[in-house]
Design a protein around this ligand. Sequence first.
Ligand SMILES: NC(=O)c1ncn([C@@H]2O[C@H](COP(=O)(O)O)[C@@H](O)[C@H]2O)c1NC=O
Length: 194
Amino acid sequence: MYIGRFVVVGPKVGAYRVSSRSFPNRQVTRRGDDTLTVVPTAAAAETDNPYVSYNCARVAGDGAVIGNGSHVDPIAEKYDRGYPARDALVEALHAMDYEKDDYDTPRVAGVVEHDAAYLGVVRRDALLVREVDEPHLVATYEENEPRPFEFEPRTAVAAARTVYGLDFEHAVCAAGVHVGDGGVGFGVQNTDEE
Ligand SMILES: NC(=O)c1ncn([C@@H]2O[C@H](COP(=O)(O)O)[C@@H](O)[C@H]2O)c1NC=O
């Protein structure tokens, strides 16, 4: 099954996976200490599609923000300025709305804190934002309603590796986050890594 891009978040651990039919030549790279970015690889054809490169994970507020597009930045900025995670998700997802592409692709996002997690999706027909106390998944296609999801990893690296390996089609790259007592850790899984 193809579900496109998706996030899985629970307290302490979360992950984001790029799955893509149209733009497979992409990877997650670190930008400084507090940001992960999706960028085209050298093999990628040039495109003016505005949705293929963006910050997919940022350290912010009491934890980390992940998501499938440029809305990650305003969510992180609001959350960092003191908005509760729920409100940062609602405001930024509502302001940016679903993507204006051929598929009306939803925007999905998650916030991971040490003791809580939040996820949201803005689609053509709905804006849903929810606090969760166990891991949940939401994706751009098919699985576009947040639902509980069994997710065992306990580190950022394991979270990235786990979502990359899930049995949904067209895996491209993935980012993991872990929010511990000592701060936020990131993990990355790209196609050419073991
Ligand atoms: N965030 C992303 O990495 C991303 N990659 C592709 N899209 C959008 O989704 C459309 C469909 O892409 P695909 O066929 O790869 O599922 C693309 O034309 C583009 O507008 C994206 N936008 C949202 O998921």
